[in-house]
Design a binder for this molecule. Structure first.
Ligand SMILES: Cc1cc2nc3c(=O)[nH]c(=O)nc-3n(C[C@H](O)[C@H](O)[C@H](O)COP(=O)(O)O)c2cc1C
Length: 163
């Protein structure tokens, strides 16, 4: 069942993000494609984290998180944030610090096409994941192609050219 469900779900193409948080003096990050918008007024977003994740405590206890939407050339960054120690994940990945969270500056992945700096509003337990609903405090975007994930492969969005 789980395998078939994963196979079916892999057909739903998504963007790719790296979510990060700064918790008790350490940076945490993981690749995430469950990111989604929830509400515009107020501005709310969500993503879900596996309860077994090593960084589950950090993300659920922290004051918030940063979502960096990866650009099409950042496939290596996406892979780097799926495994290894937190120090290894951030190695050679340039980051910037948000100015909104003065005491808790979550790292932002440099070169990302968009970013959302969020305050953690609500944690909803749902099966083997927790849904982290965040209020967007600050955000930005740049021109550029987004990285896309579908059927367990990274790629780029190819729009139809018929006008
Ligand atoms: C494209 C992609 C999207 C992912 N999205 C999520 C996600 O939304 N939530 C999640 O918990 N894990 C997601 N993962 C897996 C985590 O990145 C990975 O399990 C985690 O970083 C492993 O380290 P940990 O056990 O220390 O958390 C995704 C992996 C990939 C390749």
């Amino acid at each position: 069942m789980t395998r078939l469900l994963r196979d079916a779900m892999s057909h739903f193409a998504t963007g790719v993000t790296v979510v990060t948080t700064h918790f008790e003096g350490q940076d945490y990050g993981m690749t995430c494609n469950s990111f989604s918008t929830v509400s515009l007024e107020p501005a709310l977003v969500l993503w879900s984290i596996r309860k077994e994740s090593h960084s589950h405590l950090a993300f659920t206890q922290s004051s918030g998180y940063m979502v960096s939407v990866l650009a099409s050339h950042q496939q290596a960054v996406a892979m780097q944030f799926t495994h290894g120690t937190q120090e290894e994940r951030f190695q050679n990945v340039p980051t910037e610090r948000s100015k909104t969270h003065l005491f808790d500056p979550h790292p932002q992945i440099a070169g990302a096409v968009a970013w959302f700096n969020c305050k953690l509003e609500q944690v909803v337990t749902a099966g083997d994941h927790d849904i982290l609903i965040g209020r967007v405090l600050d955000f930005g975007s740049h021109d550029g192609e987004s990285l896309v994930y579908s059927q367990r492969q990274f790629g780029v969005f190819a729009p139809f050219l018929n006008k």
